[in-house]
Design a protein around this ligand. Structure first.
Ligand SMILES: [Zn+2]
Length: 276
C-alpha cells in the first residue's frame, strides 16, 4: 500500500444513497478507504461490482470487505462448514470484482474445544480457501480478524501462525478487539510497539506495509467485547496507537467501526497527520 489510509466500515452515516454514493462521499470527506459490509449478506451483485471498482478508482478509494458474521470454520456440522467456507470465498470473489484489496472475517468459535485442535481445523479451512482463490487468479488478501470475545477464535498469535502457514493470509488487526479480549491490556504506547515489533519479526516488513487495521471505541466486560462506542466515550487509547503506527511507518488501511464511522475515521486521520 502507498500510505496509511483511513476509511469507513460501510456507507457513511451522512450519505443519502447507495454504496457508489458512499464511496464518493468518503473521498469528499477527505477519507481514503471504504469497507464493504457484507456482514449480514453479500449485498453487491456480480453485475454491480464493476461500477464499485470504477467509482473507487476514480476517487482513489481503496476497497476492503468484511465477510458475513455467520461463519464458523470450527463447526462439526458439514453443511455449516461448507456454508462458512462459501461465505468467505464468495465475499472474496465479489470484493475482488469491486477492485478490493483485502477481505476480513471472524473465523469461528472455540466451542469449548481444545485450542490447538481448533487452530488446526481453521488452518485446514484457510488452506482450502486460499487454494480456491489462487486457482481463480484472485489475489485479494485473506484476513482472519482478531476477535473481541474470548469465546471466539483469533488472538494475535493464532493469526500470526496462520499467516506463516497459509499463502495470501495476513491478520486483520482489530486493535479495539485486542484491547477488549485481553480485558483492558494492549492499550499502551509500549504494548502497541510490542505488537508491531512482533508482527515484523514473525511475518517480515511486508506485514507492516500491507496492514488491514480496525479501530473504534469499544466497551467490554469480563469475557471481552460488549459493543462499539464513539472514541471519545471509550478508554481505547487510539492516540498512542496512531503515534506508534506513524513511528513504524505502517501502511495499509485503518477501517473505523465506531457508531459514527466517518467522524471517528476523520478524527483518527487528523490526529495521525498531526503527529510529528
Ligand atoms: Zn469484524
Amino acid at each position: 500500500m502507498d500510505i496509511l489510509r483511513f476509511g469507513t466500515a460501510g456507507i457513511p452515516t451522512c450519505t443519502k444513497g447507495d454504496t457508489l454514493q458512499g464511496i464518493q462521499d468518503v473521498r469528499k470527506l477527505g477519507l481514503d478507504s471504504f469497507e464493504l459490509e457484507f456482514v449480514h449478506s453479500i449485498n453487491i451483485s456480480k453485475e454491480k461490482a464493476p461500477d464499485v471498482k470504477k467509482t473507487a478508482q476514480a476517487n482513489d478509494v481503496v476497497i476492503t470487505c468484511h465477510a458475513p458474521y455467520f461463519i464458523n470454520l470450527n463447526t462439526d456440522d458439514k453443511k455449516k462448514y461448507h456454508a462458512s467456507v462459501g461465505r468467505i470465498v464468495n465475499s472474496a470473489r465479489i470484493a475482488s470484482l469491486c477492485g478490493g484489496w483485502s477481505v476480513c472475517f471472524h473465523a469461528g468459535y472455540y466451542m469449548k474445544d481444545d485450542k490447538k485442535k481448533v487452530y488446526d481445523k481453521i488452518e485446514t479451512a484457510l488452506k482450502e480457501i486460499s487454494k480456491t482463490l489462487k486457482d481463480e487468479g484472485n489475489k485479494i488478501w485473506i484476513r482472519p480478524e482478531i476477535s473481541g470475545k474470548q469465546s471466539q477464535f483469533g488472538d494475535l498469535d493464532e493469526l500470526i501462525q496462520l499467516s506463516k502457514n497459509v499463502e495470501r493470509v495476513f491478520p486483520c488487526v482489530d486493535f479495539s478487539h485486542l484491547f477488549a479480549r485481553s480485558i483492558g491490556k494492549n492499550n499502551t504506547y509500549n504494548e502497541f510497539k510490542e505488537i508491531l515489533t512482533k508482527m515484523e519479526k514473525e511475518l517480515g516488513k511486508k506485514a507492516l506495509d500491507e496492514m488491514h487495521i480496525h479501530a473504534a471505541g469499544i466497551a467490554f466486560g469480563d469475557k471481552g467485547e460488549k459493543n462499539h462506542l464513539l472514541l471519545k466515550d471509550s478508554k481505547f487509547n487510539y492516540t498512542d496507537l496512531l503515534k506508534v503506527l506513524k513511528e513504524f511507518n505502517v501502511k495499509g488501511v485503518v477501517t473505523c467501526e465506531s457508531p459514527n464511522i466517518e467522524e471517528d475515521a476523520l478524527l483518527m486521520k487528523k490526529y495521525y497527520y498531526s503527529v510529528r
